[in-house]
Design a protein around this ligand. Structure first.
Ligand SMILES: Nc1ncnc2c1ncn2[C@@H]1O[C@H](COP(=O)(O)OP(=O)(O)OP(=O)(O)O)[C@@H](O)[C@H]1O
Length: 370
């Protein structure tokens, strides 16, 4: 059974400065379930950071309800809130490490002075301060987990960006949180390092059952690890759902734009328009983009179009990626046949859950016709 671990209801954040006010988060509802890697994607200024900072109340909402791990966060005393925050780790774009401390020192920092459960000599449960040995063991285990044990004595300035973020992750996990919030944690990293950090997050999600909320302006990062995604614009969530559903049938233009960044489709369309098959295109032949997720890939689409509908398909560009183990395909195709046959073929494609986007053959006429 899906267990909600984060529930935001009608969360609203208004910032008022002297003579202007900013509606950073506009009545957002959001439910994150245990084990999710929930991506929140949007352009700079959309309100992503402000929204996720309401989860641990680093940002208090102007109005709304925040329930995390069954706790009504807004009703907690300051001491209880501190305890609850230990169950919610956070990593940041600029790592926020202390340069005067070693790697081990940075990871140990949040552990100092904390309490652990133990038994007294009569077997009664007690709470006592963590010992130095226990901290050392925990730090060593955490550094092992993120693959940095050998650098324990190094200082942050001696590390690469990717290594610094691994330290950030180890530190965030020091209090054994059930939730990890990643605020643009890979935005300062190159693509290869980004991939390795995302892989680490995905493995922590699997191994520790960690629920992750991942804020990013890159749909590529969402595509790589998230099972769910919400698209934010101007303080609101404009679209949300399972990753595959969103990729298969995005409803909002902004969502489509974000998805297109992951396949560089605009460049492909431009290149295809230069090819003779498109330059010499005559009606009723059409240049179309076909998009499908999952089962459609396995169907002999092109063969069926020809055999059943007398429509030939000239594939000019193809991109098939694997999302959550499922193929996600994008083809740019010139379809040729009579107008009637083409219409019947479009109906067949629709019934096969293939999205058809009609493209104009030249850029001047505009990118899309329908
Ligand atoms: N403390 C603050 N005081 C006033 N305005 C703020 C504050 N924090 C954020 N804002 C404003 O709220 C809006 C949303 O900002 P937010 O940082 O949440 O967006 P974002 O989507 O995370 O973008 P970015 O990736 O650039 O941080 C912006 O217009 C921003 O200027």
């Amino acid at each position: 059974m899906a267990e909600p671990v984060i529930e935001l209801k009608q969360v609203d954040v208004n910032f008022s400065e002297k003579n202007k006010s900013v509606h950073a988060v506009d009545h957002v509802d959001l439910t994150v379930e245990r084990g999710d890697i929930y991506g929140i994607v949007g352009y700079s200024g959309a309100g992503k950071s402000t929204l996720v900072r309401t989860i641990n109340l680093l940002q208090r909402p102007t109005s709304g309800q925040v329930t995390v791990l069954g706790q009504d966060m807004l009703s907690l005393s300051a001491a209880d809130l501190r305890g609850e925050r230990r169950r919610i780790g956070m990593i940041f774009q600029h790592f926020n490490l202390m340069n005067s401390l070693t790697i081990a020192g940075n990871v140990a920092f949040p552990l100092k002075g904390t309490y652990v459960k133990d038994k007294d000599k009569n077997g009664n449960e007690i709470s006592r301060k963590i010992t130095k040995q226990e901290i050392n063991k925990k730090v060593s285990d955490l550094l092992e987990l993120v693959g940095l044990n050998e650098r324990a004595a190094a200082y942050p300035t001696e590390l690469s960006g990717g290594q610094k973020q691994r330290v950030g992750i180890a530190r965030a996990l020091a209090s054994d949180p059930e939730i990890l919030i990643s605020d643009e944690a890979t935005s300062a990293l190159d693509p290869k390092t980004t991939s390795s950090i995302l892989e680490l997050l995905a493995s922590l999600n699997k191994r520790l059952g960690l629920t992750i909320v991942l804020i990013t302006h890159e749909m590529e990062a969402v595509k790589q690890v998230c099972n769910k995604v919400a698209v934010m614009d101007d303080g609101r969530i404009i679209e949300r759902g399972d990753l595959l559903h969103i990729f298969a049938a995005p409803q909002q233009q902004l969502t489509k734009d974000f998805i297109d960044t992951t396949i560089q489709i605009d460049e492909a369309i431009e290149a295809v328009r230069d090819q003779p098959a498109v330059r010499n295109l005559k009606a009723p032949d059409q240049l179309v983009r076909l998009t499908y997720v999952g089962a459609s890939t396995d169907q002999p689409l092109v063969a069926t179009l020809f055999k059943e509908y007398n429509v030939t398909a000239n594939i000019l560009f193809g991109d098939i990626q694997i999302l959550q183990g499922t193929p996600f395909g994008n083809l740019l195709v010139v379809l040729s046949g009579t107008a009637d046959d083409l219409n019947r073929a479009f109906e067949y494609l629709k019934q096969s859950d293939v999205t058809v986007q009609h493209l104009s053959a030249t850029a001047e006429k505009g990118a899309t016709k329908a």
